[in-house]
Design a protein around this ligand. Structure first.
Ligand code: NAD
Ligand code: UGA
Length: 452
């Protein structure tokens, strides 16, 4: 059997590497229009940072895992085609700022229709609005009426930074489709390593909608605890204590209750906005408003954090050096899409602060591009947390990288103008310890430092 995956990104690469790893008898080829990305997949430095990925790729690449820019020939020779391209939020026209931009999905469907010479199973792995399978099916049929195309929905639930364990032991694999035979073909691939009772099959629309719903529920939990964090700050309750207390209720559960500077990542916001758009499209305005509130609270949380920094530092950060620790949207990834760090840094630059930024995985070019600036007196990209913090007025933690916990805070404090501030957007460090060193330290949803 031959599998081809169109889209060699954060999902296509790791997912196909896992299939190749678990199914040595299946040839898996990942194709992409982006030549540089494919070159990187074929090199020693993979285009994405994901713990455990290098090892799997090294084992399978050249054996039964291939990365290629030759798209048409790979479509032709494959039995199963995964569509794994981006589905960003539309920035123009009808539904701008909400609806998913489906141009990449459509172009894949058209390309498959135009080059296929035999029957294919076409799998939507990208996250798409409910009923997209219908559009794909119509394009395929209209473009090549002589062939049989079975369209399946198989959304991906991996999280970045834990993609390999998530793929190795998924809570479930979801497959939606009309053709029982096609569903069984795909299910039997996953069943090589996923217990059969975790391979769920549903109708197409339930599968498509479950993906958007899962992301909306996860993001909603974060916005819920972040909304409570604002109340904790006003009342001197401790948000992590509240989260722990409610999470012990088995009906609520402990996961995804970590208050933060706000969720980021390429998907939560876009998928909720997509859900909002769908609700509006069907005239369900109250449902749309309900879900939109999750995004509004997230924006509020990011702005609230920036304002806290400025207000605490005597209402001015102009020309003050502020160390930014972490730029990725979470630890163990180099991905910065929708990272809260972008908003906070831009807010601080708007206040004319001088930023010294350090992230262990994000490249200098990426940071500067995200901020829309050149390296200058205002923005300096550093090689270590220590270098960024040395002599700064404040340390601002925006990503929960483990190495930030292990810094020599006493030594850093000694280099900083006083009062030396620390703003922990991840509740990563122990504020009591930081205050004992002398920092005026703030977290998210934690009580204020004692008045001096
Ligand atoms: P990505 O931007 O990292 O990768 C998409 C790739 O598709 C790019 O390399 C692009 O060049 C390629 N591409 C676009 N159009 C193409 C075409 N016509 N032919 C060939 N290649 C083409 O995106 P991603 O983060 O991997 O996300 C892909 C999809 O998976 C999205 O719908 C996303 O919502 C969903 N998803 C992402 C995650 C995640 O953790 N990133 C998790 C679950 C689901
Ligand atoms: C998320 C989902 O967890 C995946 O199941 C889904 O497949 C994926 O989106 C997707 O569709 O793209 P991801 O965005 O990679 O995965 O990472 P998460 O671990 O969900 O974190 C998202 C954001 O929420 C991060 O900024 C993280 O720091 C933040 N977060 C997470 C919190 O602030 N608090 C928490 O308790 C959990």
């Amino acid at each position: 059997m031959n599998i081809c995956c169109i889209g060699a990104g954060y999902v296509g690469g790791p997912t196909m590497a896992m299939i190749a790893n678990k199914c040595p008898d299946i040839a898996v080829t990942v194709v992409d229009l982006n030549e540089e990305r494919i070159r990187a997949w074929n090199s020693d430095v993979l285009p994405i940072h994901e713990p455990g990925l290098n090892e799997i790729v090294a084992q399978r690449r050249g054996e039964n895992l291939f990365f290629d820019t030759e798209i048409d020939a790979n479509i032709r020779k494959s039995d199963i085609l995964f569509i794994c391209v981006g589905t960003p939020t539309k920035t123009f026209g009808l539904g701008a700022g909400r609806a998913a931009d489906l141009r990449y999905i459509e172009s894949c469907a058209r390309r498959i229709a135009s080059v296929a010479e035999g029957n294919k199973i076409v799998v939507e792995k990208s996250t798409i609005p409910v009923r997209t399978a219908n559009s794909i099916q119509r394009i395929l049929k209209a473009g090549n009426p002589d062939l049989k195309f079975d369209v399946l929905s198989n959304p991906e639930f991996l999280a970045e930074g834990t993609a390999i364990p998530d793929l190795l032991e998924p809570d479930r694999v979801l497959i939606g489709g009309e053709s029982e035979e096609a569903v069984e073909t795909l299910a039997s691939i996953y069943a090589r390593w996923v217990p059969r009772d975790r391979v769920l099959t549903t109708n197409l629309w339930s599968s498509e909608l479950s993906k958007l719903t899962a992301n909306a529920f996860l993001a909603q939990r974060i916005s819920s605890i972040n909304a409570i964090s604002a109340l904790c700050e006003a009342t001197n309750a401790e948000v992590d204590e509240v989260a722990h207390a409610i999470g012990m209720d088995s009906r609520i559960g402990p996961k995804f209750l970590k208050a933060s500077v706000g969720f980021g990542g390429s998907c939560f916001q876009k998928d909720i906005l997509n859900l909002v758009y769908l609700c509006e499209h069907y005239g369900l305005n109250e449902a749309a408003e309900y879900w939109e509130q999750v995004v509004k609270i997230n924006n509020y949380q990011k702005r609230r954090f920036s304002s806290r920094i400025v207000e605490t530092m005597f209402n001015t950060v102009a020309k003050k050096k502020i160390a930014i620790w972490g730029f990725a949207f979470k630890k163990d990834t180099d991905d910065t899409r929708e990272s809260a760090a972008i908003t906070v840094c831009q807010d601080l630059l708007g206040e004319q602060a001088h930023l010294s930024i350090y992230d262990p995985q994000v490249s200098k070019g990426r940071i500067l591009e995200d901020l829309g600036v050149e390296e200058s007196e205002e923005v300096e990209i550093c090689q270590s947390a220590e270098e960024a913090a040395s002599g700064a007025h404040a340390i601002v933690i925006l990503t929960e990288w483990d190495e930030f916990k292990e810094q020599d805070f006493e030594k850093l404090h000694a280099t900083m103008p006083k009062p030396a501030f620390l703003f922990d957007g991840r509740n990563l460090v122990n504020l009591t310890e930081m205050r004992a060193i002398g920092f005026e330290a703030w977290g998210v949803g934690q009580g204020s430092p004692p008045a001096v």
